[in-house]
Design a protein around this ligand. Sequence first.
Ligand SMILES: C[S@@+](CC[C@H](N)C(=O)[O-])C[C@H]1O[C@@H](n2cnc3c(N)ncnc32)[C@H](O)[C@@H]1O
Length: 295
Amino acid sequence: MFKRYEADEQVIFHGDSLPILSSEIASNSVDLIFLDPPYNIGKHFADFYDKWESENDYINWANQILDHCLRILKPQGTLYVMASTQAMPYFDLYLRQKMTILSRIIWHYDSSGVQATKYFGSMYEPILHCVKDKNNYTFNSKDIKIEAKTGAKRKLIDYRKAIPSQYNTEKVPGNVWYFPRVRYRMDEYENHPSQKPESLLERIILASTDKSGIVLDPFAGTFTAAAVAKRLGRISISIELQEEYLKIGLRRILGWQEYKEEKLLPPQKSYSRKSENKQESNFVQESLFDVDSQA
Ligand SMILES: C[S@@+](CC[C@H](N)C(=O)[O-])C[C@H]1O[C@@H](n2cnc3c(N)ncnc32)[C@H](O)[C@@H]1O
């Protein structure tokens, strides 16, 4: 049982992603899949409790999702997978038999949700960047370049070149990405325990799709991937199980203002930009919503 909503080439499914992937998404039809499933670490996503009976059960479930992703991806398509640090080795071992893992990316962020005192708190989440065909895939390096902080910044000359010239001022990012996590005070903030930042999705979508490319997000949460895809002129397909988060998608992606007689409003924040001098109370507020405990 699921429901389908669509407007302006942006599609939302409300339901369980495994049967939806299996019956609704054609083989070889999608350019990019951003897979950010539940991490099996005991978070609450509205009515869904993110903990399987055993690690084996979780990995078996995840492998079925991965098999569908492989089937759905176009031959030149790209899959990005996020997982907890503890589960990622299973994903890696499974996927490397079926795809080429081009990069093992670290998304490094500014603070660990829980201030660990007896171990080293988690400050990153791993991401696999995989392609079906290592000789033929989309990678728009010119669209994702960042400032080169080496000689380029100091305007040094590279004398090793035949004609000495200044170092490049831009480069393709390496595999350690720094993006702050989404905080209560940010405009993009939604009420969800695992919202990924738009900046992260922007790099992924720009790098791995062209305009009008199709982006699939089987675990949409706050619909970040679809929001960025839409802004960048791509087509999006999102799946989300929880009605509470479906409402975010209907508002954020399809522009709905009402659902089942409920007004769909962005989070109403007690914080306002004018109160910059109330930094202390804002900090408390912010940390209340900084709930990612472990990745
Ligand atoms: C890690 S979060 C995704 C966060 C998302 N990338 C974002 O930026 O907001 C996983 C999401 O999967 C949803 N979910 C859990 N089980 C699901 C299922 N079987 N089918 C579809 N969605 C599911 C949860 O409700 C949760 O919102």
